[in-house]
Design a protein around this ligand. Structure first.
Ligand code: DX5
Ligand code: ZN
Length: 221
């Protein structure tokens, strides 16, 4: 797999033509599709469920779908998303009563497992589950909405997680989510991230290829 992956968040896509917009962003060079699931309970917004994920698969989307669950409770949705074609499933530790069990459930369903951290969530949740993780997702905004500004304390947290991953020796991806743009992606990469979620920065542009290409150029720096 490539060192750096760009994962457009389709939260900022055109929902009235989601299949087409998703295919377009992949044709423009995206690696993953980031799929934000919000429940109006864990976060104050409501988005898409497993039926929409299945609809994208039925539309012919073959790229990895990176499902970010911002829901509480978590467990009942894991198998639904696995059956609907999710590749990665990440959840927030505060939203699960039994974090280890939820991680096991994700793996049993044949998906890659991720744990997602809000800007003020402590990293201590990583202490006993690193062996079960394929992905650590660091939120660089508070979850719930696209188009928010990157929170600078994320830089330090990224470096801390990068060290935890490297010291562990496990093969774990470090994904950053929120406020990622062409002008900050290089600095975020230097702090250790290797998957970059970007919603508004990509979908607000008329030509997705131009912005994805600009992001990749920044990542060469
Ligand atoms: C926020 C979501 C993000 C968001 C990113 O709760 O998890 O994935 O869509 O959007 P931008 O890139 O616009 O900050
Ligand atoms: Zn997200």
């Amino acid at each position: 797999m490539k060192k750096y992956l760009i994962a457009p968040s389709i939260l900022s896509a055109n929902f009235a033509r989601l299949g087409e917009d998703t295919a377009n962003v992949l044709r423009a060079g995206a690696d993953f599709i980031h799929f934000d699931v919000m429940d109006n309970h864990y976060v104050p917004n409501l988005t898409m469920g497993p039926m929409v994920c299945q609809a994208l698969r039925d539309h012919g989307i073959e790229a990895p779908i990176d499902v970010h669950l911002m829901v509480k409770p978590v467990d009942a949705l894991v198998s639904r998303f696995a059956q609907a074609g999710a590749s990665y499933i990440s959840f927030h530790p505060e939203a699960s009563e039994h974090i280890d069990r939820t991680l096991q459930l994700i793996k049993q369903q044949g998906c890659q497992a991720g744990l997602a951290f809000n800007p003020a969530t402590s990293l201590h949740y990583l202490d006993y589950v690193l062996d079960k993780l394929d992905l650590i997702l660091l939120m660089s905004v508070n979850p719930g909405f696209g188009g928010q500004a990157f929170i600078p304390s994320t830089f330090k947290k990224l470096s801390q997680v990068r060290k935890i991953i490297d010291d562990s020796g496990y093969d774990i991806r470090l994904e950053v989510d929120g406020g990622i743009k062409v002008d900050n992606i290089a600095e975020v990469a230097h702090c250790g991230a290797d998957i970059f979620v970007a919603g508004s920065a990509i979908f607000s542009q008329p030509d997705y290829h131009v912005v994805i290409h600009a992001m990749r150029n920044e990542l060469l720096k």
